[in-house]
Design a protein around this ligand. Structure first.
Ligand SMILES: *Cc1c(COP(=O)(O)O)cnc(C)c1O
Ligand code: SF4
Length: 331
């Protein structure tokens, strides 16, 4: 049990995260005057990056692929045609507190608006998560909605990041949802095992392993250097009780838009017992246009990957299309 006065080690680590651009740049020995930084990002979607993730960045390199994922640049303030605040029309899919029915056979549960890192390309950067997240006081109601569905299939805990929840609350959600008739699996979409491996405690592994329904954990690493020894350790602990581990990446200009980088990522993942699942084309969210990679280039990269990797290490290139009941494959 943790509370404000007795935070767990991972919560203390999270509190030590960088939240000021100046501090991050000083730490990385970068001159802020030589970077085109965003003037004011502090209100909407401020810098947030744990120290352990920063430790994997190369000092003195303004083009570091890990840094580019988290550093608010001037380019974010530029408007680009075809990029919107709610590109996926998520508001239209809201069914009740915390529940989204976007895909057949799968319920999406927005467990929290919080993340341990603020990824500048994130499609939910403008989404009013807190307003739609699952709250304790409405938990019974959410369970009742799932119970009314004769065939709920898979429950996907998303957010934000579901591993930001405290253990007891997460255990309660997993426990009650895992007992519902017709729930075959529980899946979690989380970036914490990558950006804050301290979160993977023995207690978390035990509570994820509890219950009879299979668990699938989908992490998000975009570059091979994100898979540090500490990350590998956490992933190994998750694999031990039999949790299936998959990875999804976002294809990002200047971060991972080369077949050598993507191939190295797949190799680093399988070494950590994680299978590459999706490579997402960027969602056209306002402020992220500078990360976009043209479809033609993305298809070329996939061809190069197929030529050098075994099939099971080639992720599926997909795009999410508003209103579609599955991801659209591009190659
Ligand atoms: C795509 C997506 C899903 C469902 O994806 P699958 O195709 O079933 O893997 C769930 N949650 C989020 C956030 C997604 O983007
Ligand atoms: S961790 Fe996931 S939800 Fe959170 S900002 Fe990054 S991409 Fe978005």
């Amino acid at each position: 049990m943790s509370d404000q006065s007795h935070p767990e080690a991972w919560q203390r680590e999270l509190k030590r995260s960088f939240t000021r651009v100046e501090d991050l740049l000083t730490h990385l020995e970068l001159d802020p005057h030589r970077l085109a930084l965003a003037a004011d990002t502090s209100r909407d979607f401020p810098l947030l990056v744990p120290r352990g993730f920063v430790a994997r960045m190369e000092k003195g390199n303004p083009q570091d692929p890990l840094l580019l994922q988290v550093l608010p640049l001037q380019a974010e303030n530029e408007r680009a045609p075809g990029f919107f605040r709610d590109p996926l029309g998520e508001r239209a899919a809201v069914r009740g507190t915390g529940l989204l029915r976007k895909y057949r056979g799968r319920w999406l549960v927005l467990t929290t608006g919080a993340c341990a890192v603020h990824c500048r390309y994130c499609f939910r950067r403008h989404f009013a998560y807190e307003r739609f997240s699952l709250h304790r006081r409405e938990f019974d109601e959410a369970i009742a909605s799932l119970r009314r569905d004769p065939d709920p299939g898979e429950v996907i805990l998303s957010g934000g990041d579901p591993l930001m929840l405290e253990d007891d609350w997460l255990a309660e959600i997993l426990g009650r949802m895992g007992e519902l008739p017709g729930v075959r699996r529980i899946r979690l979409h989380t970036r914490l095992p990558i950006v804050l491996p301290e979160r993977i405690t023995p207690r978390l592994c035990r509570l994820l392993a509890a219950g009879t329904r299979p668990k699938v954990l989908v992490v998000q690493a975009n570059h091979p250097r994100e898979i540090s020894p500490a990350v590998r350790g956490g992933l190994a602990a998750l694999r031990q009780p039999g949790i299936t581990l998959l990875n999804q990446s976002v294809l990002l200009r200047s971060v991972n838009d080369s077949s050598a980088t993507l191939a190295a990522l797949s190799e680093a993942l399988i070494e950590a017992d994680v299978l590459p699942y999706y490579l997402h084309q960027l969602d056209p969210v306002e402020g992220a246009a500078h990360f976009a990679v043209p479809d033609e280039r993305a298809r070329t990269l996939m061809g190069e990957l197929r030529a050098c990797l075994p099939g099971y290490l080639v992720p599926r290139l997909v795009r999410e299309v508003a209103g579609a009941d599955c991801k659209v494959p591009l190659a």
